[in-house]
Write a protein that binds this ligand. Sequence first.
Ligand code: MZP
Length: 499
Amino acid sequence: AYYFEEPSRTFGEYLLVPGYSSSACVPDAVSLKTPLVKYRKGEEECPLTMNIPMVSAIMQSVSGDRLAIALAKQGGVSFIYGSQSVEDEAAMVARVKSYKKGFVTSDSNLKPTATLADVLELKEKTGHSTVAITEDGTPNGKLLGIVASRDYRVSRMSMDEPVANFMTPMEKLVYAPETTTLKEANDIIWDNKINSLPLVDAEGHLKYMVFRKDYDSHKENVNELLDANKSYVVGAGINTRDYAERVPALIEAGVDVLCIDSSEGFSEWQSRTIAWIRERYGDKVKVGAGNVVDREGFRFLAQAGADFIKVGIGGGSICITRETKGIGRGQATAVIEVAAARDEYYKETGIYIPICSDGGIVHDYHMTLALAMGADFVMLGRYFARFDESPTNKLRINGSYVKEYWGEGSNRARNWQRYDLGGATKLSFEEGVDSYVPYAGSLADGVGTTLYKIRSTMCNCGALTIPELQEKARLTVVSSTSIVEGGSHDVILKNNPNN
Ligand code: MZP
Protein backbone atom coordinates (compact mmCIF):
# COMPACT_ATOMS: atom_id res chain seq x y z
CA ALA A 1 0.00 0.00 0.00
CA TYR A 2 1.01 3.58 -0.53
CA TYR A 3 0.87 5.97 2.44
CA PHE A 4 0.41 9.70 1.91
CA GLU A 5 2.87 11.63 4.03
CA GLU A 6 0.53 14.48 4.98
CA PRO A 7 -2.54 13.84 7.11
CA SER A 8 -5.73 14.79 5.34
CA ARG A 9 -6.98 18.14 6.60
CA THR A 10 -10.11 20.16 6.22
CA PHE A 11 -10.97 23.87 6.13
CA GLY A 12 -11.63 24.22 9.86
CA GLU A 13 -7.96 23.41 10.51
CA TYR A 14 -6.67 26.48 8.65
CA LEU A 15 -6.69 30.23 9.04
CA LEU A 16 -5.52 33.03 6.75
CA VAL A 17 -2.81 35.26 8.17
CA PRO A 18 -3.54 38.85 7.09
CA GLY A 19 -1.15 40.65 4.75
CA TYR A 20 -0.64 44.33 4.00
CA SER A 21 -3.74 46.10 2.70
CA SER A 22 -3.38 49.43 0.96
CA SER A 23 -6.08 52.11 1.03
CA ALA A 24 -7.17 50.90 -2.44
CA CYS A 25 -8.12 47.57 -0.92
CA VAL A 26 -11.79 48.12 -0.09
CA PRO A 27 -14.52 45.45 -0.38
CA ASP A 28 -16.37 47.31 -3.14
CA ALA A 29 -13.24 47.27 -5.30
CA VAL A 30 -12.87 43.47 -5.11
CA SER A 31 -13.73 41.52 -8.27
CA LEU A 32 -14.89 37.94 -7.75
CA LYS A 33 -14.98 37.14 -11.45
CA THR A 34 -13.76 33.63 -12.16
CA PRO A 35 -13.50 31.19 -15.08
CA LEU A 36 -15.98 28.31 -15.29
CA VAL A 37 -14.41 26.36 -18.16
CA LYS A 38 -10.95 25.73 -19.55
CA TYR A 39 -9.15 28.12 -21.86
CA ARG A 40 -5.68 29.02 -23.13
CA LYS A 41 -4.81 31.50 -20.43
CA GLY A 42 -2.97 34.55 -21.68
CA GLU A 43 -3.91 33.79 -25.30
CA GLU A 44 -7.70 33.85 -25.28
CA GLU A 45 -10.67 34.95 -23.15
CA CYS A 46 -12.37 32.30 -21.08
CA PRO A 47 -15.58 31.47 -23.01
CA LEU A 48 -17.69 31.14 -19.85
CA THR A 49 -17.03 33.11 -16.68
CA MET A 50 -19.02 33.85 -13.52
CA ASN A 51 -19.21 37.09 -11.58
CA ILE A 52 -19.14 35.24 -8.26
CA PRO A 53 -17.32 32.00 -7.43
CA MET A 54 -20.39 30.03 -6.35
CA VAL A 55 -22.31 27.22 -8.03
CA SER A 56 -25.16 25.20 -6.56
CA ALA A 57 -24.95 21.45 -6.05
CA ILE A 58 -26.41 18.96 -8.52
CA MET A 59 -29.05 17.82 -6.04
CA GLN A 60 -32.83 17.34 -5.93
CA SER A 61 -33.06 19.32 -2.71
CA VAL A 62 -31.01 22.24 -4.07
CA SER A 63 -30.93 23.02 -7.77
CA GLY A 64 -34.35 23.45 -9.35
CA ASP A 65 -35.17 26.19 -11.88
CA ARG A 66 -36.25 28.71 -9.24
CA LEU A 67 -32.96 28.56 -7.39
CA ALA A 68 -31.09 28.60 -10.72
CA ILE A 69 -32.69 31.93 -11.65
CA ALA A 70 -32.10 33.44 -8.20
CA LEU A 71 -28.43 32.42 -8.20
CA ALA A 72 -27.84 33.53 -11.79
CA LYS A 73 -29.16 36.97 -10.82
CA GLN A 74 -26.36 37.16 -8.27
CA GLY A 75 -23.77 36.14 -10.86
CA GLY A 76 -23.36 32.43 -10.04
CA VAL A 77 -24.52 29.27 -11.83
CA SER A 78 -26.78 26.38 -10.80
CA PHE A 79 -26.43 22.84 -12.02
CA ILE A 80 -29.96 21.47 -12.37
CA TYR A 81 -30.16 18.01 -10.82
CA GLY A 82 -29.92 15.04 -13.15
CA SER A 83 -31.67 12.52 -10.90
CA GLN A 84 -35.00 13.07 -12.68
CA SER A 85 -36.33 12.12 -16.08
CA VAL A 86 -34.61 13.57 -19.16
CA GLU A 87 -37.82 15.46 -20.02
CA ASP A 88 -38.20 17.00 -16.56
CA GLU A 89 -34.57 18.10 -16.40
CA ALA A 90 -34.71 19.60 -19.90
CA ALA A 91 -37.95 21.42 -18.97
CA MET A 92 -36.23 22.98 -15.93
CA VAL A 93 -33.34 24.14 -18.10
CA ALA A 94 -35.78 25.55 -20.65
CA ARG A 95 -37.62 27.48 -17.91
CA VAL A 96 -34.39 29.13 -16.77
CA LYS A 97 -33.44 29.98 -20.35
CA SER A 98 -36.85 31.46 -21.12
CA TYR A 99 -36.64 33.72 -18.10
CA LYS A 100 -35.43 36.99 -19.56
CA LYS A 101 -33.18 39.24 -17.53
CA GLY A 102 -35.25 41.91 -15.87
CA PHE A 103 -38.48 40.51 -17.30
CA VAL A 104 -40.70 37.64 -16.29
CA THR A 105 -43.38 36.04 -18.35
CA SER A 106 -43.53 32.47 -17.38
CA ASP A 107 -44.22 31.83 -13.75
CA SER A 108 -46.52 34.42 -12.22
CA ASN A 109 -49.88 33.98 -13.93
CA LEU A 110 -53.32 32.78 -12.84
CA LYS A 111 -56.85 32.57 -14.25
CA PRO A 112 -59.57 34.93 -12.94
CA THR A 113 -61.27 31.94 -11.29
CA ALA A 114 -58.20 31.19 -9.17
CA THR A 115 -58.61 31.89 -5.45
CA LEU A 116 -56.74 33.91 -2.85
CA ALA A 117 -55.21 30.61 -1.66
CA ASP A 118 -53.82 30.06 -5.19
CA VAL A 119 -52.35 33.57 -5.19
CA LEU A 120 -50.60 33.04 -1.88
CA GLU A 121 -49.25 29.67 -2.97
CA LEU A 122 -47.87 31.11 -6.22
CA LYS A 123 -46.29 34.06 -4.44
CA GLU A 124 -44.57 31.71 -1.98
CA LYS A 125 -43.29 29.64 -4.93
CA THR A 126 -42.04 32.44 -7.17
CA GLY A 127 -41.07 35.04 -4.59
CA HIS A 128 -42.84 37.70 -6.69
CA SER A 129 -45.13 40.14 -4.93
CA THR A 130 -47.44 40.46 -7.94
CA VAL A 131 -49.48 37.90 -9.87
CA ALA A 132 -50.74 38.68 -13.39
CA ILE A 133 -54.30 37.54 -14.15
CA THR A 134 -54.71 36.47 -17.76
CA GLU A 135 -57.92 35.30 -19.41
CA ASP A 136 -56.78 31.70 -19.74
CA GLY A 137 -54.08 31.72 -17.05
CA THR A 138 -51.27 31.33 -19.58
CA PRO A 139 -48.16 33.55 -19.62
CA ASN A 140 -49.13 35.22 -22.90
CA GLY A 141 -52.88 35.31 -22.41
CA LYS A 142 -55.01 38.45 -22.58
CA LEU A 143 -54.22 40.50 -19.48
CA LEU A 144 -57.25 41.19 -17.26
CA GLY A 145 -55.52 42.67 -14.23
CA ILE A 146 -52.99 42.03 -11.51
CA VAL A 147 -53.11 41.03 -7.86
CA ALA A 148 -50.58 42.75 -5.62
CA SER A 149 -50.40 42.36 -1.84
CA ARG A 150 -52.22 45.66 -1.36
CA ASP A 151 -55.25 44.22 -3.20
CA TYR A 152 -56.15 41.90 -0.34
CA ARG A 153 -53.92 42.79 2.60
CA VAL A 154 -56.41 44.82 4.63
CA SER A 155 -59.57 42.91 3.77
CA ARG A 156 -60.97 39.88 5.52
CA MET A 157 -61.77 37.83 2.48
CA SER A 158 -61.76 34.05 2.58
CA MET A 159 -59.17 31.87 0.96
CA ASP A 160 -61.83 30.76 -1.58
CA GLU A 161 -62.44 34.28 -2.89
CA PRO A 162 -61.88 34.32 -6.68
CA VAL A 163 -59.16 36.74 -7.80
CA ALA A 164 -61.62 38.38 -10.24
CA ASN A 165 -63.24 39.98 -7.15
CA PHE A 166 -60.16 41.66 -5.75
CA MET A 167 -57.61 42.11 -8.55
CA THR A 168 -56.74 45.57 -9.85
CA PRO A 169 -58.53 45.47 -13.23
CA MET A 170 -57.06 46.74 -16.50
CA GLU A 171 -58.92 50.05 -16.39
CA LYS A 172 -57.23 50.96 -13.10
CA LEU A 173 -53.89 49.37 -13.92
CA VAL A 174 -50.63 51.02 -14.93
CA TYR A 175 -49.33 49.10 -17.95
CA ALA A 176 -47.26 49.89 -21.03
CA PRO A 177 -46.65 48.64 -24.60
CA GLU A 178 -44.33 45.70 -25.17
CA THR A 179 -41.80 47.95 -26.92
CA THR A 180 -41.10 49.83 -23.67
CA THR A 181 -37.44 49.64 -22.77
CA LEU A 182 -36.31 48.70 -19.31
CA LYS A 183 -35.13 52.28 -18.77
CA GLU A 184 -38.62 53.60 -19.60
CA ALA A 185 -40.26 50.88 -17.52
CA ASN A 186 -38.02 51.85 -14.63
CA ASP A 187 -39.19 55.49 -14.87
CA ILE A 188 -42.87 54.45 -15.02
CA ILE A 189 -42.42 52.19 -12.00
CA TRP A 190 -40.81 54.92 -9.92
CA ASP A 191 -43.18 57.69 -11.04
CA ASN A 192 -46.22 55.57 -10.14
CA LYS A 193 -44.72 54.05 -6.99
CA ILE A 194 -45.55 50.51 -8.13
CA ASN A 195 -43.58 47.30 -7.82
CA SER A 196 -44.22 45.79 -11.21
CA LEU A 197 -45.28 46.84 -14.67
CA PRO A 198 -47.03 44.61 -17.23
CA LEU A 199 -46.03 45.14 -20.86
CA VAL A 200 -48.72 44.16 -23.39
CA ASP A 201 -49.04 43.86 -27.18
CA ALA A 202 -51.62 45.64 -29.34
CA GLU A 203 -54.29 43.00 -28.50
CA GLY A 204 -53.70 43.35 -24.78
CA HIS A 205 -51.84 40.04 -24.47
CA LEU A 206 -49.24 39.94 -21.74
CA LYS A 207 -45.67 39.99 -23.05
CA TYR A 208 -43.55 40.78 -20.01
CA MET A 209 -43.83 41.63 -16.37
CA VAL A 210 -41.07 43.97 -15.24
CA PHE A 211 -40.47 43.45 -11.54
CA ARG A 212 -38.66 46.24 -9.75
CA LYS A 213 -36.95 43.88 -7.37
CA ASP A 214 -35.46 41.86 -10.20
CA TYR A 215 -33.20 44.58 -11.37
CA ASP A 216 -32.64 47.10 -8.64
CA SER A 217 -32.25 44.86 -5.61
CA HIS A 218 -28.93 43.58 -6.83
CA LYS A 219 -27.81 46.84 -8.42
CA GLU A 220 -27.82 45.57 -11.99
CA ASN A 221 -26.85 48.13 -14.51
CA VAL A 222 -30.15 48.97 -16.15
CA ASN A 223 -28.41 49.95 -19.36
CA GLU A 224 -26.80 46.55 -19.58
CA LEU A 225 -30.21 44.93 -19.48
CA LEU A 226 -31.67 47.23 -22.26
CA ASP A 227 -30.76 45.64 -25.72
CA ALA A 228 -29.75 42.71 -24.25
CA ASN A 229 -32.79 40.84 -22.96
CA LYS A 230 -30.37 37.98 -22.49
CA SER A 231 -31.10 34.76 -20.72
CA TYR A 232 -29.28 33.56 -17.65
CA VAL A 233 -26.52 30.96 -17.68
CA VAL A 234 -27.55 27.55 -16.39
CA GLY A 235 -25.79 24.23 -15.96
CA ALA A 236 -27.12 20.69 -15.70
CA GLY A 237 -25.98 17.39 -14.25
CA ILE A 238 -25.57 14.29 -16.42
CA ASN A 239 -24.57 10.72 -15.61
CA THR A 240 -22.37 8.13 -17.26
CA ARG A 241 -25.31 5.87 -18.23
CA ASP A 242 -27.97 7.70 -20.24
CA TYR A 243 -25.88 10.53 -21.74
CA ALA A 244 -26.81 9.59 -25.31
CA GLU A 245 -30.43 10.64 -24.58
CA ARG A 246 -29.88 13.23 -21.85
CA VAL A 247 -27.15 15.38 -23.43
CA PRO A 248 -28.98 16.13 -26.72
CA ALA A 249 -32.19 16.99 -24.81
CA LEU A 250 -30.36 19.38 -22.48
CA ILE A 251 -28.56 21.04 -25.40
CA GLU A 252 -31.89 21.43 -27.19
CA ALA A 253 -33.29 23.08 -24.04
CA GLY A 254 -30.45 25.62 -24.16
CA VAL A 255 -28.12 24.45 -21.38
CA ASP A 256 -24.83 26.38 -21.19
CA VAL A 257 -22.65 23.87 -19.38
CA LEU A 258 -22.91 20.24 -18.31
CA CYS A 259 -21.31 18.39 -15.43
CA ILE A 260 -20.93 14.66 -14.92
CA ASP A 261 -22.38 14.06 -11.47
CA SER A 262 -20.60 11.25 -9.73
CA SER A 263 -19.29 10.54 -6.26
CA GLU A 264 -16.07 9.20 -7.78
CA GLY A 265 -14.74 10.57 -11.05
CA PHE A 266 -11.43 8.76 -11.55
CA SER A 267 -13.07 6.17 -13.77
CA GLU A 268 -13.29 4.88 -17.32
CA TRP A 269 -17.03 5.74 -17.30
CA GLN A 270 -16.25 9.45 -17.15
CA SER A 271 -13.69 9.36 -19.97
CA ARG A 272 -16.17 7.44 -22.14
CA THR A 273 -18.87 10.04 -21.46
CA ILE A 274 -16.58 12.96 -22.33
CA ALA A 275 -15.31 11.15 -25.45
CA TRP A 276 -18.91 10.66 -26.63
CA ILE A 277 -19.63 14.37 -26.17
CA ARG A 278 -16.44 15.40 -27.99
CA GLU A 279 -17.18 13.04 -30.87
CA ARG A 280 -20.68 14.48 -31.37
CA TYR A 281 -20.17 18.13 -30.50
CA GLY A 282 -16.41 18.84 -30.51
CA ASP A 283 -15.41 21.52 -27.99
CA LYS A 284 -18.66 23.46 -28.41
CA VAL A 285 -20.40 21.65 -25.57
CA LYS A 286 -18.79 22.38 -22.20
CA VAL A 287 -18.65 19.56 -19.68
CA GLY A 288 -17.17 19.37 -16.20
CA ALA A 289 -16.18 16.10 -14.56
CA GLY A 290 -15.34 14.71 -11.13
CA ASN A 291 -15.08 14.22 -8.31
CA VAL A 292 -11.41 13.61 -7.67
CA VAL A 293 -9.16 14.30 -4.69
CA ASP A 294 -5.60 14.01 -5.96
CA ARG A 295 -3.13 14.83 -8.74
CA GLU A 296 -3.64 11.55 -10.60
CA GLY A 297 -7.40 11.94 -10.67
CA PHE A 298 -7.04 15.50 -11.96
CA ARG A 299 -4.62 14.52 -14.73
CA PHE A 300 -6.84 11.66 -15.82
CA LEU A 301 -9.87 13.90 -16.25
CA ALA A 302 -7.79 16.71 -17.80
CA GLN A 303 -6.53 14.30 -20.44
CA ALA A 304 -10.01 12.94 -20.94
CA GLY A 305 -11.00 16.48 -21.99
CA ALA A 306 -12.95 17.85 -19.00
CA ASP A 307 -13.73 21.59 -19.13
CA PHE A 308 -13.55 21.93 -15.34
CA ILE A 309 -12.82 19.44 -12.61
CA LYS A 310 -14.64 19.00 -9.31
CA VAL A 311 -12.77 18.15 -6.14
CA GLY A 312 -14.14 16.42 -3.06
CA ILE A 313 -15.09 12.99 -1.82
CA GLY A 314 -16.93 12.38 1.40
CA GLY A 315 -16.93 15.94 2.78
CA GLY A 316 -20.54 16.88 1.97
CA SER A 317 -22.74 17.72 4.96
CA ILE A 318 -25.22 14.94 4.09
CA CYS A 319 -22.53 12.47 2.98
CA ILE A 320 -21.71 9.24 4.83
CA THR A 321 -19.43 7.79 2.13
CA ARG A 322 -16.42 7.92 4.44
CA GLU A 323 -18.34 6.05 7.13
CA THR A 324 -19.87 3.45 4.83
CA LYS A 325 -17.01 2.87 2.38
CA GLY A 326 -13.95 4.28 4.10
CA ILE A 327 -12.92 6.39 1.11
CA GLY A 328 -12.35 10.11 0.77
CA ARG A 329 -9.91 12.82 1.70
CA GLY A 330 -9.97 15.95 3.85
CA GLN A 331 -11.32 18.70 1.61
CA ALA A 332 -8.51 21.23 2.21
CA THR A 333 -5.77 18.73 1.44
CA ALA A 334 -7.60 17.58 -1.68
CA VAL A 335 -8.03 21.15 -2.98
CA ILE A 336 -4.40 22.07 -2.28
CA GLU A 337 -3.07 19.02 -4.15
CA VAL A 338 -5.45 19.31 -7.12
CA ALA A 339 -4.76 23.06 -7.44
CA ALA A 340 -1.05 22.30 -7.66
CA ALA A 341 -1.79 19.68 -10.35
CA ARG A 342 -3.91 22.25 -12.25
CA ASP A 343 -1.01 24.76 -12.18
CA GLU A 344 1.46 22.09 -13.27
CA TYR A 345 -0.82 21.10 -16.16
CA TYR A 346 -1.16 24.75 -17.18
CA LYS A 347 2.64 25.20 -17.25
CA GLU A 348 2.97 22.12 -19.45
CA THR A 349 0.16 22.82 -21.88
CA GLY A 350 -0.85 26.49 -21.60
CA ILE A 351 -4.39 25.28 -20.83
CA TYR A 352 -5.98 26.43 -17.59
CA ILE A 353 -8.62 24.02 -16.27
CA PRO A 354 -10.68 25.60 -13.47
CA ILE A 355 -11.22 23.49 -10.39
CA CYS A 356 -14.28 23.50 -8.15
CA SER A 357 -14.17 22.68 -4.44
CA ASP A 358 -17.34 20.64 -3.91
CA GLY A 359 -18.89 20.06 -0.49
CA GLY A 360 -17.96 20.57 3.12
CA ILE A 361 -18.36 24.36 3.32
CA VAL A 362 -19.71 25.05 6.80
CA HIS A 363 -18.80 28.69 7.47
CA ASP A 364 -18.63 31.49 4.92
CA TYR A 365 -14.90 31.88 5.54
CA HIS A 366 -14.38 28.29 4.32
CA MET A 367 -15.21 29.60 0.84
CA THR A 368 -12.43 32.18 1.09
CA LEU A 369 -10.06 29.46 2.29
CA ALA A 370 -11.01 27.20 -0.63
CA LEU A 371 -10.34 30.05 -3.09
CA ALA A 372 -7.05 30.93 -1.38
CA MET A 373 -5.99 27.27 -1.61
CA GLY A 374 -6.50 27.37 -5.37
CA ALA A 375 -10.16 26.62 -6.09
CA ASP A 376 -11.62 28.75 -8.90
CA PHE A 377 -15.12 28.36 -7.48
CA VAL A 378 -17.03 26.38 -4.88
CA MET A 379 -20.07 24.11 -5.16
CA LEU A 380 -22.54 24.27 -2.29
CA GLY A 381 -25.47 22.11 -1.28
CA ARG A 382 -26.37 22.75 2.38
CA TYR A 383 -25.73 26.47 1.98
CA PHE A 384 -28.28 26.91 -0.83
CA ALA A 385 -30.80 24.37 0.54
CA ARG A 386 -31.51 26.85 3.40
CA PHE A 387 -32.96 29.56 1.15
CA ASP A 388 -36.55 30.29 0.07
CA GLU A 389 -35.71 29.39 -3.53
CA SER A 390 -34.55 25.80 -2.93
CA PRO A 391 -37.16 23.30 -4.09
CA THR A 392 -37.90 21.74 -0.70
CA ASN A 393 -40.52 22.21 2.02
CA LYS A 394 -40.18 24.84 4.70
CA LEU A 395 -41.33 23.46 8.06
CA ARG A 396 -41.54 24.66 11.63
CA ILE A 397 -39.84 22.38 14.12
CA ASN A 398 -39.53 23.17 17.84
CA GLY A 399 -40.37 26.80 17.14
CA SER A 400 -37.75 27.31 14.41
CA TYR A 401 -38.14 27.26 10.66
CA VAL A 402 -36.15 24.63 8.77
CA LYS A 403 -35.94 23.36 5.20
CA GLU A 404 -35.52 19.79 4.10
CA TYR A 405 -32.18 18.71 2.64
CA TRP A 406 -31.30 15.21 1.51
CA GLY A 407 -28.26 13.62 -0.13
CA GLU A 408 -28.24 12.19 -3.63
CA GLY A 409 -26.97 8.95 -2.11
CA SER A 410 -29.94 8.67 0.24
CA ASN A 411 -32.85 6.34 -0.37
CA ARG A 412 -35.04 9.39 -0.81
CA ALA A 413 -33.12 10.62 -3.89
CA ARG A 414 -32.55 7.16 -5.36
CA ASN A 415 -29.79 8.54 -7.57
CA TRP A 416 -28.07 5.22 -8.20
CA GLN A 417 -26.33 6.55 -11.33
CA ARG A 418 -24.20 8.84 -9.16
CA TYR A 419 -22.77 5.85 -7.31
CA ASP A 420 -22.74 3.48 -10.23
CA LEU A 421 -19.68 1.27 -10.59
CA GLY A 422 -21.06 -0.75 -13.48
CA GLY A 423 -22.87 -4.07 -13.10
CA ALA A 424 -26.52 -4.55 -12.33
CA THR A 425 -26.75 -3.71 -8.61
CA LYS A 426 -28.55 -0.46 -7.91
CA LEU A 427 -27.90 1.43 -4.64
CA SER A 428 -27.67 -1.49 -2.27
CA PHE A 429 -26.67 0.74 0.64
CA GLU A 430 -27.09 4.44 1.38
CA GLU A 431 -24.25 6.95 1.14
CA GLY A 432 -26.28 9.98 2.17
CA VAL A 433 -28.77 11.10 4.78
CA ASP A 434 -32.13 12.90 4.81
CA SER A 435 -32.02 15.99 7.05
CA TYR A 436 -33.20 19.51 7.94
CA VAL A 437 -31.19 22.70 7.67
CA PRO A 438 -32.02 26.02 9.34
CA TYR A 439 -34.14 28.24 7.10
CA ALA A 440 -32.16 31.33 6.05
CA GLY A 441 -34.52 33.64 4.10
CA SER A 442 -33.90 34.79 0.55
CA LEU A 443 -30.92 33.76 -1.54
CA ALA A 444 -30.15 37.34 -2.56
CA ASP A 445 -29.79 38.46 1.08
CA GLY A 446 -27.79 35.41 2.15
CA VAL A 447 -25.41 35.49 -0.80
CA GLY A 448 -25.00 39.27 -0.41
CA THR A 449 -23.78 38.85 3.18
CA THR A 450 -21.47 35.96 2.28
CA LEU A 451 -19.89 37.86 -0.61
CA TYR A 452 -19.29 40.87 1.59
CA LYS A 453 -17.43 38.65 4.05
CA ILE A 454 -15.33 37.10 1.27
CA ARG A 455 -14.46 40.53 -0.13
CA SER A 456 -13.54 41.82 3.34
CA THR A 457 -11.22 38.88 4.04
CA MET A 458 -9.62 39.32 0.62
CA CYS A 459 -8.91 42.96 1.50
CA ASN A 460 -7.27 41.83 4.74
CA CYS A 461 -5.00 39.69 2.58
CA GLY A 462 -4.29 42.61 0.23
CA ALA A 463 -6.05 40.95 -2.73
CA LEU A 464 -8.51 42.53 -5.17
CA THR A 465 -9.02 39.46 -7.37
CA ILE A 466 -9.19 35.70 -6.83
CA PRO A 467 -5.87 35.03 -8.66
CA GLU A 468 -4.26 37.72 -6.48
CA LEU A 469 -5.66 36.03 -3.37
CA GLN A 470 -4.20 32.70 -4.51
CA GLU A 471 -0.83 34.32 -4.99
CA LYS A 472 -0.73 36.38 -1.79
CA ALA A 473 -2.60 34.19 0.70
CA ARG A 474 -0.63 32.97 3.70
CA LEU A 475 -2.26 30.06 5.47
CA THR A 476 -1.55 28.49 8.81
CA VAL A 477 -2.69 25.22 10.33
CA VAL A 478 -4.35 25.84 13.68
CA SER A 479 -4.00 23.76 16.82
CA SER A 480 -7.15 22.47 18.52
CA THR A 481 -6.56 24.86 21.43
CA SER A 482 -6.36 27.87 19.13
CA ILE A 483 -9.63 26.80 17.51
CA VAL A 484 -11.23 27.22 20.95
CA GLU A 485 -9.55 30.64 21.21
CA GLY A 486 -11.16 31.60 17.87
CA GLY A 487 -14.72 31.45 19.18
CA SER A 488 -16.13 33.62 21.96
CA HIS A 489 -14.71 32.27 25.20
CA ASP A 490 -14.47 33.02 28.89
CA VAL A 491 -17.45 35.35 28.81
CA ILE A 492 -21.06 34.80 29.85
CA LEU A 493 -23.10 35.14 26.66
CA LYS A 494 -26.23 37.26 26.82
CA ASN A 495 -29.40 35.79 25.25
CA ASN A 496 -28.19 32.25 25.93
CA PRO A 497 -31.16 30.18 27.15
CA ASN A 498 -28.80 28.07 29.27
CA ASN A 499 -27.67 31.03 31.37
P1 MZP B 1 -22.54 20.33 1.17
O1 MZP B 1 -22.41 21.67 0.48
O2 MZP B 1 -23.93 20.05 1.62
O3 MZP B 1 -21.53 20.15 2.27
O4 MZP B 1 -22.15 19.23 0.07
C1 MZP B 1 -22.79 19.15 -1.17
C2 MZP B 1 -22.10 18.11 -2.00
O5 MZP B 1 -22.19 16.81 -1.39
C3 MZP B 1 -22.70 17.90 -3.38
O6 MZP B 1 -22.29 18.86 -4.31
C4 MZP B 1 -22.22 16.50 -3.75
O7 MZP B 1 -20.93 16.50 -4.31
C5 MZP B 1 -22.15 15.80 -2.40
N1 MZP B 1 -23.28 14.89 -2.18
C6 MZP B 1 -24.56 14.98 -2.59
N2 MZP B 1 -25.26 13.92 -2.12
C7 MZP B 1 -24.41 13.19 -1.39
C8 MZP B 1 -24.73 11.96 -0.66
O8 MZP B 1 -25.88 11.59 -0.56
C9 MZP B 1 -23.16 13.81 -1.42
N3 MZP B 1 -23.73 11.32 -0.12
O9 MZP B 1 -22.10 13.43 -0.90
